[in-house]
Unconditional design. Structure first.
Lengths: 466, 459
């Protein structure tokens, strides 16, 4: 039923770049996007809404000296794109610059979704949402409320610049999320879990939705027994998976090249120095098929890469886009990303995680006399200039004498990026990467955050118990 | 740059879209939006980026037999409108029916309040150079402060937005408004110690902005935190800066939506008429306040906005409603005009408009003197992950200053403050007379607030 659009042709891209640069400029780029989305929402026992839509448009970026001019049109019409190029070039004074010549980039074939979501009937999507809801509700009579949301999106992008090749990408993402409310004797707790991938409808093979539904319900149920978390400094174990928010917030943002260029990152001028113990390695990897933050190319047309950020405890890499990389004398690492055609690209993470160690998580816990165990995190925030970060714990426990004790609620972890990297004293072998949305400059992009279970010598736990 | 393209006649687009649904048996509503936006960032006295655009879109909500379907598009061509209406109708098929689902009735009985001054032609007629100069001025003033090393960002942003809501139930509403702000983020340094501070100024047109004060505010806040360290763990009386108070009020109000109450996601469920806050606490949702940035004659489903007392003298008096949540109460509730959408891409849900916390007495200094000792919190981090409006738990990172002898003492960072939302409201012990509008994540006017019994985790 969707109206197919032709996207952006190399010929149109070349004309738009030439016209954008007509009055001079150091760099021009044209980006076009055609995105179709569909979501199904169930709440309060009812399938309440199916929503679908199309976003189509193009933007042009024109750089001259220190200034970037950026404009967009809500259309893929050739005349509208050329008029935009003229409007931007009119703001530039000078002699005509480099002629744009567009070379088409041919990429290795990427795995295409085995089952394109657009070819699956809405009723089947609704059936999965209903089955997930029933599974969560059926877990316990203490489950009071369940909401389920399914979203699929296909985003096709085309991008060309006066320097880079013409490249395109075709990205399909699906996410199923559940929020469960459980109640006992007036105490209310919530549990959230998601299943997500850069993949087709095969995401739901083997009734994977059922496992996620039960996990969300169990998170809410277990927290009904939770006592107030302690407050103060103590050893902390972060469970695998979404615990990777630690690296994302504590270090990842500060390695994004825009902060490095402006010298507003704690990691600026630290390249090559020791930042962690020698068993700590971390990377940003936009290439692994299926992960939530993976793409074939970034939103500037650079192929994505796996970039070592910390190798055996030494800081080895920054995350760059074309223009910030140039200022640092570095090539783009394929991290120039944007939310949509209406947004200017920034250096952003893709999938960021600590590499695995060689002990099991069970042994790591058994070897710990006392610690706060953060099993599940709800997100976080960092100030890249100071490295001070905070993240919320949605499921926590006390570990005593190597055993996981009762659940603890209402805790936030707070620390400093540089200090926390040095505080890692053990890493297990159970690497897992979870899906999340990362916000920066008012733009949200899909990212993977991951890690194996790891232990910090000391961190501040902010609970309500003194 | 925007003047070359004439603005779209949104009512005409809306009528064309409604006409596409003329043969359908159900009710159709369209929400049409277009805005002109400019966003300027300056760095070291030069324009770093200048973004301009005219985003537009239309959302169609179709209701038939208690089933709802939604679709959106940015394509206003006849083919685009035909497609979006057909998609909205098709999207009802998988939905479960609910007798409360329906569109509000419009027509001759609907009176929209007259709210003057929301649209200022001066915003679009101000030359680009003058807008750039505001961001440059904020940066220059911040950099002139002795210990400011860098201004990471100094921005000017504006938007001239137009909205139309039309339906086959007789709603036909059109509104337009302008908005602009200057925002500055400054970094202070003393040796290895770096601290950041934000300053801002908002208005409906550039002449209302005080860019230099935004720069001074950013510098003042960053410099004040130099030398900050964790304070001892313990129970404190905290004084919440107005930005912090606004952010916390914004989270608490999630639980005051009838939608959260009806779905069992509110800690205020079943508490109407109860004392939920300190006796002096008054909280009003005022959709028509002349100074509020969320002010509008109608909400996002075309229902007239108004004012709703949520908490009066500490007593829970009302929840916020849209048409759906009011219908779920049978005849017991009416929409309070609080339907809101993130954009044309989404169907409406319940959301506050302008929240007003009644001010107390005296300046911040007088409030600190009355409190005597405790912690003054100027910034919090991790609110979206650290506050749970369902369970009421609240634990966030914080920065600020100790309060000793009724005045500000040593700066503090790398601590958390934790409580739960009901305790927060009940333990509000004092309010300043220093109310300010805070435009971040909503529109809230609040004074500085003092709260007893907050757990602080630090050294």
């Amino acid at each position: 039923m969707a109206i197919e659009s032709p996207g952006l042709s190399p010929e149109l891209a070349e004309s738009a770049l030439a016209r954008a640069l007509r009055n001079g400029g150091d760099y021009a780029e044209v980006f076009a996007e055609d995105r179709s989305s569909l979501s199904v929402r169930m709440d309060d026992g009812r399938l309440e809404e199916v929503s679908s839509g199309v976003d189509r448009g193009a933007s042009i970026r024109l750089v001259k000296g220190p200034t970037t001019s950026f404009g967009y049109v809500d259309s893929l019409d050739g005349d509208a794109i050329l008029a935009l190029a003229d409007r931007l070039s009119a703001g530039v004074r000078g002699q005509s610059a480099l002629p744009a010549s567009v070379r088409v980039l041919t990429l290795e074939p990427r795995p295409v979704p085995r089952i394109a979501p657009a070819h699956v009937d809405t009723s089947r999507k609704a059936a999965i949402v209903r089955a997930a809801e029933e599974a969560a509700r059926g877990r316990s009579s203490e489950v009071r409320q369940v909401s389920v949301s399914y979203s699929e999106g296909r985003q096709r992008v085309w991008v060309a610049s006066s320097r880079g090749p013409f490249a395109s990408d075709d990205r399909t993402r699906i996410v199923l999320g559940l929020n469960v409310v459980a109640e006992r004797a007036g105490v209310i707790q919530t549990g959230r879990e998601t299943l997500a991938g850069t993949t087709g409808f095969e995401l739901f093979d083997d009734e994977a939705y059922r496992r996620v539904a039960l996990e969300a319900a169990d998170k809410a149920l277990v927290m009904l027994d939770a006592r107030p978390a302690p407050s103060g400094r103590m050893p902390v174990i972060l469970a695998n998976g979404f615990g990777g928010v630690l690296f994302h917030e504590a270090c990842g943002h500060g390695l994004e090249a825009d902060f490095i260029v402006k010298k507003t990152s704690i990691w600026e001028d630290k390249m090559g120095s020791r930042v962690a113990e020698s068993f700590v390695t971390a990377l940003d990897d936009g290439t692994t098929p299926g992960l939530w933050g993976s793409n074939a190319i970034d939103d500037e047309g650079s192929p994505t890469e796996a970039t070592l950020l910390v190798e055996e405890g030494i800081l080895t890499g920054y995350l760059t886009d074309v223009l910030r990389g140039e200022k640092l004398g570095l090539a783009s690492t394929g991290n120039g990303r944007r939310q949509s055609f209406r947004h200017i690209p920034y250096p952003r993470m893709t999938n960021t995680y600590f590499a695995r160690g060689d002990v099991s998580a069970a042994d790591l816990i058994a070897d710990t006399p006392r610690a706060f165990y953060a099993k599940s995190l709800s997100g976080g925030q960092v100030d890249p200039a100071t490295g001070d970060f905070v993240f919320g714990v949605s499921e926590g426990y006390l570990i005593e004498d190597g055993r996981v004790g009762p659940p603890l609620k209402g805790a936030t972890l707070i620390g400093n990026g540089a200090e926390v990297l040095r505080a890692i004293d053990a890493i297990a072998d159970d690497l897992d990467v979870k899906a999340g949305m990362c916000g920066k400059e008012g733009q949200a992009v899909p990212v993977g955050t991951g890690q194996p279970t790891l232990r910090l010598r000391e961190l501040t736990v902010g609970g309500t118990a003194v | 740059m925007g003047a070359a393209v004439p603005s779209t006649d949104l009512l005409a687009v809306g009528r064309d879209a409604l006409a596409q649904g003329a043969g359908l048996p159900g009710d159709l509503e369209v929400f049409v939006q277009e805005s002109e936006t400019t966003s300027i960032k300056v760095y070291q006295g030069e324009v770093e980026s200048l973004v301009s655009g005219r985003p537009k879109g239309l959302g169609a909500r179709y209701v038939h037999g208690g089933r709802m379907g939604y679709a959106y598009t940015g394509d206003f061509s006849p083919a685009g409108l035909e497609h979006v209406v057909a998609m909205a109708a098709a999207n009802t098929e998988a939905a479960d029916p609910d007798p409360a689902v329906g569109l509000p009735r419009g027509g001759s009985g609907t009176r929209y309040p007259d709210v003057p001054g929301l649209w200022r032609p001066g915003l679009l007629s101000t030359p680009m150079e003058a807008k750039i100069a505001l961001a440059v001025a904020a940066e220059r003033v911040a950099l002139a402060s002795p210990r400011i090393e860098t201004v990471e960002e100094s921005s000017y942003v504006d938007s001239a937005g137009r909205t139309a809501v039309l339906s086959t139930r007789g709603v036909e509403a059109y509104g337009e408004q302008t908005f602009c702000y200057v925002y500055t983020s400054a970094h202070a340094r003393d040796g290895d110690d770096v601290q950041t501070g934000l300053g801002f100024s908002t208005g409906r047109e550039p002449m209302e902005l005080d860019a230099e004060e935004a720069g001074r505010e950013a510098a003042r806040k960053a410099e004040a935190l130099l030398g900050a360290r964790p304070c001892p763990t313990g129970l404190y009386t905290v004084v919440l800066d107005r930005e912090v108070a606004a952010a916390l009020v914004g989270v608490v109000v999630h639980a005051l939506s009838a939608d959260a109450v009806q779905r069992g996601r509110s800690l205020f469920a079943g508490r109407l008429g109860e004392q939920v806050a300190a006796p002096g606490f008054n909280l009003v949702d005022d959709g028509l306040h002349p100074d509020g940035m969320a002010t509008s004659p109608f909400d996002d489903e075309g229902v007239p906005r108004g004012a709703t007392v949520l908490i009066g003298s500490g007593t829970l008096q009302a929840f916020l409603h849209d048409t759906y949540t009011a219908a779920r109460e049978g005849g017991a509730a009416r929409s309070t005009g609080n339907a809101e959408r993130g954009s044309y891409r989404g169907s409406p849900g319940v959301s506050p408009s302008n929240l007003v916390v009644e001010a107390g007495e005296g300046s911040l200094e007088e409030l600190l003197a009355r409190v005597g000792s405790g912690l003054y919190v100027v910034g919090i981090t991790g609110l979206h992950s650290g506050a749970n409006p369902v369970s009421g738990e609240l634990s966030v990172g914080a920065q600020g200053h100790l309060i000793e002898g009724g005045a500000l003492a040593a700066p503090v960072r790398e601590i958390t403050i934790a409580t739960d939302m009901l305790s927060l409201l009940r333990n509000l012990s004092d309010r300043g007379g220093d109310a300010r509008w805070i435009p971040f994540s909503g529109s809230v006017q609040t004074p500085s607030l003092a709260v007893t019994g907050v757990t602080v985790a630090g050294a």
